[in-house]
Design a protein around this ligand. Structure first.
Ligand code: SF4
Ligand code: SF4
Ligand code: FES
Length: 558
């Protein structure tokens, strides 16, 4: 393997790598603006200059190939001076909006200015003024004064989103970003440009001015918008989700996520329609009751029916742990009518990230025993039997918050309907009892994406009972997997529980004695019994998930 010397250390590199790639791989950060690991190289910002022996001028490390025997200095006096000069140049016309800029706290320009700039400007001239609130598209707002013309957004739009909608207009210090005539920056991935903009020139129209970065906690999770399961971070202030951003995972979503997942999968968590506390329908209206009363009511009703008069509808929106305990309870009660609603929207996928299956855990639900249509328990059959009054009691796990289906009308023929729900809606209208289910943002658990990759979700928002020990993690596990708990002390907390926990508590009323105290214990039991999850544990799933073994299916994006 070829070798070069980087800051006095000899290191090996792969043929075809640039100096910045080699440095990054070995933990040496070279400041940069325009370079991004997933985009083509444009080499326009000059921030990544390094000193290379035998090359007379400083070289831009993002566009200089590493070569055998090369000697590179990333922090010599000459490079640091050059960085200061580049920064001074960039800041000539920069508005220094930091106190009102959304990017402050996560801005590359701010960070480098602290590290390398001289602290004051030699310019006395009036700064160049440019448009400050340009709507480039439905979700992205552009501030031309803050733009440093790195062209990342233009390259992203063309190369990753496959929609060349952006370009530079004008020249010199008048240069700006604009959409092509008649175009809007409205591709399904447009908001990733906000993440990769190294300054606050592109901001989220949805998130603008909602919160400073340092006022929020962030928690690793998985998007629930489709079966891709893009890795995300949930940003929370005052116990309310403020935004979602993508988290790098080379096996799933790289650095990206789609705008729909980013904008439309979290607002139901803090919505006015949330189910807050257990509810029993009395005289046509829901009344909040003690949990124990709801368990008693449900168990008494379920006991009235024979096993073949009951249907259990699992959920592609609930975790593996929730579905596992649900399937286990059904099995112990002898219930064979088990299925789940699928959310496949034909033709809605693309060749980038978005899949046709709009639920995050269809595969996970099936793998733990929520039967598939192939087993003869199709959801349509079950609803036909409800219509015919052969199935009289129905137990339905969490569905998508906006879930509507014509099938549901058959529920008016059922004698007893129990539902675990996040929000009130069409489904809860048919219910006799509603258990408030903790959302994906409020619990620990696992989803399996369409590739067969098991990935962890973690609590970012507190429920009424959230507590380091109660929410599924012991103190030592909390230190490893938990979030910034102190942020949880403010804001509204809903009285909701994870479905696996509701089912565990209900099981004792039905003569079963499930004894799960933590989501992790459910997963441990599953991993000891289920061939697909064999030998896995939360440690092993880590931050990026693990591809399940023994799966025989073609990896099609559904
Ligand atoms: S808007 Fe941001 S990403 Fe686009 S060119 Fe300007 S600084 Fe770069
Ligand atoms: S592609 Fe799917 S999983 Fe990824 S962000 Fe979009 S909706 Fe979420
Ligand atoms: S990062 Fe190399 S020139 Fe911009």
């Amino acid at each position: 393997m070829p070798k070069l010397t980087l800051d006095g250390k000899e290191i090996e590199f792969k043929e075809g790598q640039t100096i910045i790639q080699v440095a990054m791989e070995h933990g040496v950060e070279i400041p940069h603006f325009c370079w991004h690991p997933e985009l083509s190289v444009s080499g326009n910002c000059r921030m990544c200059l390094v000193e290379v022996e035998q090359i007379p001028k400083l070289a831009i490390s993002c566009a200089t190939m590493a070569a055998d025997g090369m000697v590179v200095q990333t922090n010599s006096e000459k490079t640091v001076e050059a960085r200061k000069a580049v920064l001074e140049f960039i800041l000539i016309n920069h508005p220094l909006d930091c106190p009102i800029c959304d990017e402050a706290g996560e801005c590359q320009l701010q960070d480098y200015a602290y590290a390398y700039s001289v602290g004051e400007s030699r310019m006395v001239e009036e700064k160049n003024h440019k448009p400050k609130r340009v709507k480039l598209g439905p979700h992205v707002t552009y501030d031309a004064e803050r733009c440093i013309s790195c062209s990342r957004c233009i390259r992203f739009s063309r190369e990753i989103a496959q929609e060349p909608q952006l370009t530079f207009v004008q020249r010199g210090d008048r240069v700006m970003i604009a959409t092509f005539p008649g175009e809007s920056f409205d591709n399904p991935y447009s908001m990733n440009a906000i993440d990769i903009c190294p300054v606050g020139a592109l901001t989220s129209t949805d998130f603008r001015f909602k919160s400073r970065v340092w006022e929020m906690s962030k928690t690793e999770s998985v998007c629930t918008g489709c079966s891709r399961g893009c890795n995300i971070e949930i940003w929370v202030r005052d116990n309310k989700i403020q935004r979602l951003t993508p988290r790098f995972n080379n096996d799933v979503n790289s650095y990206w996520m789609c705008d729909n997942g980013r904008l439309n999968t979290f607002k139901f968590v803090n919505s006015d329609t949330r189910v807050d506390g257990a509810q029993i329908k009395k005289d046509g209206n829901f009344e909040k009751v003690e949990w124990e009363e709801a368990f008693r009511f449900t168990s008494e009703n379920l006991k009235k029916y024979k096993a073949d008069e009951i249907a259990f509808i699992g959920s592609a929106f609930a975790t593996v742990e929730d579905n596992y305990v649900f399937a286990k309870l059904a099995k112990n009660l002898g219930v064979k009518n088990i299925s789940y609603f699928n959310y496949v929207v034909p033709g809605s996928g693309d060749n980038i990230l978005i899949t046709e299956d709009k639920a995050p855990n269809s595969l996970g639900a099936e793998l733990v025993g929520i039967k598939t249509p192939a087993d003869g328990f199709s959801i349509e059959n079950i609803f036909e039997e409800i219509k015919n009054k052969k199935i009289k009691a129905v137990y339905i796990l969490e569905q998508s918050p906006e879930f509507e289906s014509d099938l549901l009308d058959a529920l008016s023929n059922a004698e007893f309907v129990a539902v675990h729900a996040f929000n009130f809606g069409k489904l809860t209208d048919f219910a006799d009892v509603v258990f408030p289910a903790a959302t994906y943002a409020e619990k620990n658990g696992t989803f399996v994406n369409f590739q067969g990759r098991a990935q962890r979700i973690k609590p970012a928002v507190a429920t009424a009972e959230s507590d380091r020990s109660l929410d599924g993690l012991s103190q030592s596990r909390w230190d490893k997997f938990g979030t910034e708990f102190d942020r949880w002390n403010q804001g509204k907390r809903y009285d909701a529980k994870s479905s696996w926990k509701i089912l565990t508590m209900l099981s004792t009323h039905l003569g079963e004695k499930f004894n799960f105290k933590m989501a992790e214990e459910v997963f441990e039991e599953l991993a000891s019994k289920n061939e697909y999850f064999k030998g896995l544990n939360y440690d092993e799933l880590g931050g990026g998930g693990v591809k399940l073994k023994n799966l025989k299916f073609s990896e099609e994006a559904v």
